[in-house]
Design a protein around this ligand. Sequence first.
Ligand SMILES: [Zn+2]
Ligand SMILES: [Zn+2]
Length: 332
Amino acid sequence: MPEFRQNIVTKEWVIISTERAKRPDQFAEHRLPRKATPEFSQDCPFCPGNEHQTPPPSLQLGDGEGWSVRVVPNKYAALRPDHSTKRERAGRFLKADGYGIAEVIIETPLHNLSIATMSEPQVRLVLEAYRHRKNEVAKMRDINFITLFRNHGERAGTSLEHPHSQLIATPIIPPHVRDQIHQAMSSYDSYGTCVFCEMIEEELSQNVRIVMDSRYFVAFAPFASRSPFELRIYPKTHRSFFGNATDDELDDLAHILKTLLLKIHTGLDNPDYNYLIRSAPVGDYAAKYYHWYMVIVPRLTTPAGFEMGSGIYINVSTPEQCAEFLRSVNVA
Ligand SMILES: [Zn+2]
Ligand SMILES: [Zn+2]
């Protein structure tokens, strides 16, 4: 029987359509084989030896010879740091210069790795770079909203093969993000608790959608998942701002993130995916109403007209089955 389920935070509804449901392992079928890529590519601007093809780094990590992680301004950025934030009228319409910060986090010198296949210490360095740049960029003029994200594969929107993530920071907090913040605030005002903490507690107590549970984090396929194998990672105790994550927490997160992505890579035959980190807006670091998290969205289905028109996603899998499947994928 199909059913509506509500996202406890955003109040959005999804349809879990068991009628059209596929078995979790069927999502791995009919994929075109990926071509094997070399460790080094002469033409790649992110490969060692080609550093002159990118602007000077804002951060470089690694000891001894060479580098392990490099963060550089995005040469083809949609936004630029040298503009004003002044809004202007265009008749009845509103516009502003494209001010913002856009950086690329080059995750490893090796051309053919991904988070799933690189070592855990290397993933830890990538997270270190995220935290460092998030905190530095947050201090910059008129920056209010910072998105850290990773696109893996063409369906996820990347054309460059070399493993990389991105940071884009804007002066504008977009309406759908504001709406989530308002919902979380309103819930805090009503119940005096963080709605994300409530959700985490409920997921842990129902214990049917949990994929991993560690000292500091829990990862699950949420009750109202929009798409197959959508996964979220939350700090188990209340934390509003990713930039305040401790060293111990980053150690733990490196393990969780790498393991989840390796389970997806192994169990679903390396699908394209996006992941991103959502955190309280700049300046609201101690927010009692907001809780930072990571969301991973494998690109296994394509939203169509109904999703575009209604904002209601039809999910052709159940998060319970997806979680069970991922728990069973052995990557040790
Ligand atoms: Zn490369
Ligand atoms: Zn919380």
